[in-house]
Design a protein around this ligand. Sequence first.
Ligand code: ZN
Length: 382
Amino acid sequence: MAARHSAQSGAAWDDDVVRRAPKVLLHDHLDGGLRPATMLELADACGYSGLPHSEPDALGRWFVDAANSGSLERYLETFGHTVAVMQTAESLHRIAAECAEDLAADGVVYAEIRYAPEQHLAAGLTLDEVVEATLAGFRAGERAAAAAGRRIRIGALLTAMRHQARSQEIAELAIRYRDHGVVGFDIAGAEAGFPPTRHLDAFEYLQRENFHFTIHAGEAFGLPSIWQAIQWCGADRLGHGVRIVDDIAGGRDGEPIKLGRLAAYVRDKRIPLEMCPSSNVQTGAAASIAAHPIGLLRDLQFRVTVNTDNRLLGGTTLSREFGLLVEEFGYGLIDIEWFTVNAMKSSFLPFDDRLLLINEVIKPGFAALRAEAAMSRVTGLG
Ligand SMILES: [Zn+2]
């Protein structure tokens, strides 16, 4: 157990173990994870002069500060800068490749990365060209990671913007590329005022095509949004889903915990919750990491997964997200493995591929780390 171990040998040991653990990431936005230095180079190349800083560290800090507003709407405004430098095939290819390499360096072995093709058309790309550039970039990043001795696989999720009216078109785009690396569909953007049922045609089309989708729901808006996403739209997973706790009562002073009908349904059906701890604190969906419902939901055995959302805006990595949970909830390797297996089970890959990653990569990887931890306790060299 890394958390207990930390008392003996310090947080650095934990950080290193968490980073080396084979992790799975289901909720990460391509346009929220750029390297600041890349953004500056691409801004130069495409003539975008709107970036608030010209030095990478200061630019990175600016994004984190701006994202700490406590409002989902203000948080979303920062994407104007990243999307501005993502309008050519070359820039999309580079950003996708760097995304794969950065995740592999963080110990991620499988990731589903999402982006909204409709936001990358300003310089004349077609929707298909956007998808082809990013898919080629992911493959290039996987190869570069493999050459550095790190194994990672990336699946793409195509997102439609919930305030726009292109979801049917994006759903059809996802189906066109389903055998070429696109594994699912999503809707994102400001939640209040834009319920998922606005895009019902797209979801019904995807269901008829036997395709998978997740819906951002229960982040800035409560139970009705989650209920619509599941019971009207048929979402396979929930992006965030934090507000499901509004349907769970009791738990204080020994009072029994009681699940409402929606929370019970989500748990009974094993509907995966793509939780993003530090992003949820940044947008005000949770007051703090300590107060994040992930602790309660993990105890109640909901199908919880841990994610980054936007690595640039959070100044974060998947290892850091787990590190925060280790600190606040005392989680150890066994918990991190539980979240990771949850995520792999919930991915949109074919069942055989999921099993293979669980049995041949994830379980042996965690077993090796546990053996190492046991050895270091015996020798006192942790
Ligand atoms: Zn998101």
